[in-house]
Design a protein around this ligand. Structure first.
Ligand SMILES: NC(=O)c1ccc[n+]([C@@H]2O[C@H](COP(=O)([O-])OP(=O)(O)OC[C@H]3O[C@@H](n4cnc5c(N)ncnc54)[C@H](O)[C@@H]3O)[C@@H](O)[C@H]2O)c1
Ligand SMILES: O=C[C@H](O)CS(=O)(=O)O
Length: 500
């Protein structure tokens, strides 16, 4: 790894192509969740930095929008190449600041690389439409126009992938960006800003301001020159953002929580289902918006599934994700640990049966970090809080069902609608499920995670507000449709002429 972290190193904001310490002179330690060692210091910037970043973005965007889109795309292509060159180094840094195991960190960095090449391709598409005009000698078309300055606010659980999902489409479409990363995971943002700089992105097109949500995030909402806020994070924060942006008529794209479920029908390949549940419930220690936290299992398979899951959970290795043999890393911080602990008590009080796990691992090699034992509840019911609310940790609950219809009904009885999966060999059940599951993403014979970047990513109901990250759909967030009529008749045509 070439980038060495120094615990006293103070990261800087990237504004208008230059690196600045925060005017507040305030910082917070960034800690490795695997051992709580300090990695670097993140600036706690203030409103002044947000104003400077927005001003720089506004000026830069005017020029950037005039750069032909295929040339804008070339910068993204170089970003992709640089990320690819540095993939292993970035992955290790990501594991250190976030805790996810190295295999998953590599997967996340790869998502960013894929997004760079995909959005670079959009530079030669950005398709609009042409339509016939109602009038003679008149041409009608629509084009995607950039919105201007966009604000992106990102969470700690996918600190590089989600940033690329938002910034790359924004940039290729001709916008400039003000980005506030999560304070828990600033290293990915710092490194990505350096990559943008090295790739030759003109100054001011991307600006990174580190700081708290309540100061930097809120200040972004108040900047009238920021025309779009694209947010990924928790539901409470998203709702607050939507309300504040609503007052200012800002466009808002929200990607928020999930309460994702796997359905295991009586004809399922059980080995495959066990693998899918393990990976999607305990991968990233359950801290994915798409993590599986409910399993609706047909009653005929319930006992066997309970047994097989317990056997496989016992084999999971838990520890520092930099060690290639580790399968489950730490959770992000003490706040996360406490929230998970509370839900274990709630589940027990509600009458769910705890089969394994349910405790903080705080002895021996785990004493120094934020480790929670992979946890399996069974005999949960659809209305329990552990089956309704996002826990964001390595906890999964089995809910017995007797039919596909019942499983789908339970799947849909939650506030969120992000990802669902079904394990079955029956094609009729597959098609009924993909139609009736009220989620933005449906998997068949796979777990609830593993989205690919060229498809839309997001969910229904409380997961979002109708927008999508990723795929072409992401361009809808960062562009305005402009309808253009070109009249070449030489006269002012006011009405359609009746054809005789
Ligand atoms: N649906 C998705 O695509 C998706 C993907 C990943 C994570 N998530 C969700 O993210 C959550 C976990 O991430 P988190 O804990 O970082 O979420 P969070 O809501 O606490 O923070 C997200 C970002 O918002 C900022 N923020 C906090 N308060 C703010 C405010 N008042 N104004 C503006 N910005 C503010 C934070 O500093 C951070 O950068 C989970 O709920 C998870 O489901 C959703
Ligand atoms: O949030 C980002 C993830 O990569 C999506 S998924 O969990 O892999 O589907």
């Amino acid at each position: 790894m070439s980038r060495q972290l120094i615990k006293d190193e103070k990261l800087r904001n990237y504004i208008n192509g230059k690196w600045f310490f925060p005017s507040t002179e305030k910082y917070a330690d960034v800690k490795n969740p695997a051992n709580l060692e300090a990695l670097v210091q993140v600036p706690l910037s203030g409103e002044a930095e947000v104003a400077a970043a927005t001003g720089a973005a506004k000026i830069a965007q005017k020029k950037w929008a005039l750069v032909p889109a295929p040339q804008r795309a070339e910068v993204l292509y170089r970003v992709g190449l640089l990320m690819k060159e540095r993939k292993e180094e970035l992955s290790q840094l990501l594991t250190m600041e976030n805790g996810k195991v190295i295999e998953e960190a590599r997967g996340e960095v790869q998502e960013g690389i894929d997004m760079a090449f995909y959005m670079a391709g959009e530079g030669r598409r950005l398709f609009g439409q042409t339509t016939p005009s109602e009038l003679k000698d008149k041409f009608a078309m629509s084009v995607r126009a950039p919105v201007g300055v966009v604000g992106i606010i990102t969470p700690w659980n996918f600190p590089i992938a989600i940033a690329t999902w938002k910034s790359f489409p924004a940039i290729v479409a001709g916008n400039a960006v003000v980005w506030k990363p999560a304070t828990e995971t600033p290293i990915m943002a710092y490194e990505l800003a350096k990559i943008f700089e090295e790739a030759g992105l003109p100054k001011g097109v991307i600006n990174v301001v580190f700081g708290s949500g309540s100061t930097v995030g809120e200040a972004m909402l108040e900047q009238d020159d920021i025309r779009v806020i694209s947010f990924t994070g928790s539901n409470d924060v998203g709702r607050n953002i939507a309300a504040k942006c609503g007052e200012r008529l800002k466009k808002v794209s929200l990607e928020m929580g999930g309460k994702n479920a796997v359905i295991v029908m009586d004809d399922a390949d059980l080995s495959l289902a066990v693998e899918g549940i393990l990976w999607s419930a305990f991968g990233t220690s359950g801290q994915r918006c798409t993590a599986c936290s409910r399993v609706m299992v047909h009653e005929d398979l319930k006992e066997e599934l309970e047994e097989r899951l317990q056997v496989e959970i016992a084999k999971l290795t838990i520890g520092n994700g930099l060690d290639e043999s580790i399968k489950v890393g730490p959770v992000i911080n003490e706040h996360g640990l406490n929230k998970i602990k509370q839900y274990i008590e709630i589940g027990k009080d509600e009458g769910a049966k705890l089969l394994t796990g349910g405790y903080v691992m705080d002895s021996g090699e785990h004493a120094a970090g934020n480790y929670f034992a992979p946890t399996l509840f069974t005999d949960a019911t659809a209305d329990m809080r552990i089956a309704q609310e996002e826990i964001f940790g390595p906890v999964v609950s089995l809910i017995p069902v007797t039919s596909l219809e019942e499983a789908i009904e339970i799947n849909n009885q939650v506030e969120f609608g992000l990802s669902s999966s079904i394990f079955t060999r029956d094609v009729n059940k597959v098609f009924a499920a993909q139609r009736d599951l009220d989620t933005g993403i449906v998997y068949v014979n796979a777990g609830t995670t593993g989205a690919e970047i060229h498809l839309p990513f997001g969910g229904t109901k409380g997961t979002g507000n109708g927008h999508r990250d990723s795929g072409v759909a992401a361009l809808d967030v960062f562009t305005e449709w402009k309808a253009i009529y070109v009249d070449f008749s030489g006269k002012l045509q006011r009405a359609q002429i009746d054809v005789e």
